[in-house]
Design a protein around this ligand. Sequence first.
Ligand code: FES
Length: 103
Amino acid sequence: MKVTFILQDKSECTVEAEPGWKLMEVAVDNAIPGIEGDCGGEAACATCHVYVAPEWTDATGERTNDEQAMLSSTFGVRENSRLCCQIETSDDLDGLSVEVVGS
Ligand code: FES
C-alpha cells in the first residue's frame, strides 16, 4: 500500500507501507519530517499528530480514548486530527493521505 504525507512545506512524500504497521512507524521509518513518535506509539506525546484528508476520515476510524485524551491538550487540533500511532496500515487504506502537523 502507499501513503502520502503532506509535509509542513506543503510538499508531498509518498511511501510504501506494509499492512499491519502503525502509521507513525511508517513515517519514522521513512524519516518523514515532523513525525517523531517520541512515546513509541502510546498516544502519550502527540509528536505524531496529523490531519487526515477528508476523504479518508471514515476509513481511518474513530480516535481511541487515550488518543482523544491526548488530543484534548494538544495545540492545533481539528476535527480530522489523529495521532498516527493509532492508525494501523492496511490494504483498505491504500492511497491514504495525511498532513503532518509537527510539534
Ligand atoms: S507516538 Fe506518541 S502519541 Fe503517537
